[in-house]
Design a protein around this ligand. Sequence first.
Ligand code: NAD
Ligand code: DAU
Length: 336
Amino acid sequence: MRILVTGGCGFIGSNFVRLILSERPDWEVVNLDKLTYAGRLENLQDMADNPRYRFIHGDICDPQAVAEAMRGCQFAVNFAAETHVDRSLLGASHFIDTDVKGVLVLLEEARRVGLARFIQISTDEVYGSIEQGSFTEESVLNPRNPYAASKAGGDRMAYAYWATYGVPVIITRASNNYGPYQYPEKLIPLFVTNALRDEPLPLYGDGRNVRDWLFVEDHCRALLFLLEHGQPGEVYNIAGGNERENIEVTRAVLRLLGKPESLIRFVADRPGHDRRYSLDASKLHRLGWQPQVPFEVGLERTVRWYVDNRWWWEPIKDHDGEFRRYYELQYGARLA
Ligand code: NAD
Ligand code: DAU
């Protein structure tokens, strides 16, 4: 069995590659990654010498790179994407390139080589915001920011290749992930690493937006489960079942680190900020998968990982000009 993982140097992709190599000893993994600012070779440096692992530096928008990477594979899981909502508000064209056109290139090649399974990693953001209740897989899509809109494009393109050509596509829509190796632009790793340095935690708006937190290892296990038990042509919601207001998450991070709440800074809101995400994941539960890691346990493990792995995030924050430029653009005026 050979599996193509695209975007395997990112947060969820690298956790997934590690899971596959340890839990499926007879599988080979090919990782195709463009190494954008979010793609870090060091995320998988412990796997680099594994004979069952091969890294290819390339773009999913490049048909030749995709053909080389998919050669001999039976499965593919597409994690490759531009993923940060705030960055999509600063400019969205490369979101369309990777999150829509790149998916098309992958699907064309999957069709050409007759792949046995193709998982398109979509997101709960394609449904938009919900004040009460939860979205099922049948709910209307209503993406409300450029990132979410581009992901909805990739999601529906994948479905179109199933409906039109019978490419055995499975689409997953997961809630907010957290855990080791998450780039420190996202809420939890940004706040943990800022707090460790006694820097302010910029909380948008009133801090009462709700996200449902899914530990990354639970997400990866759900994806492996779906590769082996999911039905082609189907969509599956993957939820952590841990809805929390951002302010609660922030306070929990500060408590775990023994830092004061005076570090919290309420700042200008994200434009169009979705108030609440909530998924009904009973379809996946009926198939036989449940998350295993309670939020309090996962958060403690995550905070501990950032405390213990400064080698990983300090170079990003201190020496990566890209991060500093972005931080100034996103937070400079907000925190001034
Ligand atoms: P990430 O930003 O940490 O990593 C993205 C990876 O994709 C990076 O390694 C990057 O180099 C690579 N990449 C980007 N453009 C590429 C291209 N054109 N060709 C090849 N590689 C490219 O992202 P993540 O948080 O790990 O998210 C992975 C996937 O899961 C994405 O599709 C995202 O939309 C989806 N998702 C994420 C979450 C979450 O909470 N993080 C939740 C639901 C769904
Ligand atoms: O829901 C799934 C999505 O979760 C994924 O599809 C995205 O790829 C992923 O980035 C994530 O999107 P969010 O926008 O929900 O994640 P983020 O970590 O950026 O923000 C989480 C919440 O925290 C959100 O309500 C905005 C708020 N926030 C975020 C940042 C970065 C702040 O208040 N301050 C911040 O500085």
